[in-house]
Write a new protein. Structure first.
Length: 112
């Protein structure tokens, strides 16, 4: 599963604080949240190629804006050093009004 590869690449940065879909309320900061947006088979002239095209969204959460931007950049570097060869798109930033925690959101797209 592609999720296992993503977690394995992010764990050195975030430790056990890498979560699918949503982090628990008491999650340590910084932490990462990932979601598979799409998982589509790649076709060739002979039919399915055996590869899939993935789009994954990752949010890097931190106590400060600067820490969220830094954690996001570190996560992108870690994912690039892996075997995924992703293309990145940064979606933007957000703040949780209840906690005051910041996040940087980015997508990665790759074939595996």
């Amino acid at each position: 599963m592609i999720e296992q590869q993503i977690v394995a690449l992010l764990t050195p940065l975030f430790g056990e604080a890498v979560y699918p879909l949503r982090a628990p309320a008491n999650a340590p900061l910084p932490h990462a949240v990932y979601q598979v947006i799409s998982d589509l088979p790649v076709a060739s002239l002979k039919g399915r190629s055996g590869l899939n095209h993935y789009r994954v969204q990752i949010s890097a959460w931190a106590k400060t804006y600067g820490a969220a931007v830094s954690a996001s950049a570190d996560a992108m570097d870690a994912l690039e050093r892996g075997q995924l060869r992703p293309v990145f798109t940064v979606h933007g930033d957000d703040i949780d009004d209840d906690t005051g925690h910041y996040r940087r959101i980015f997508d990665l797209s790759f074939r595996a």
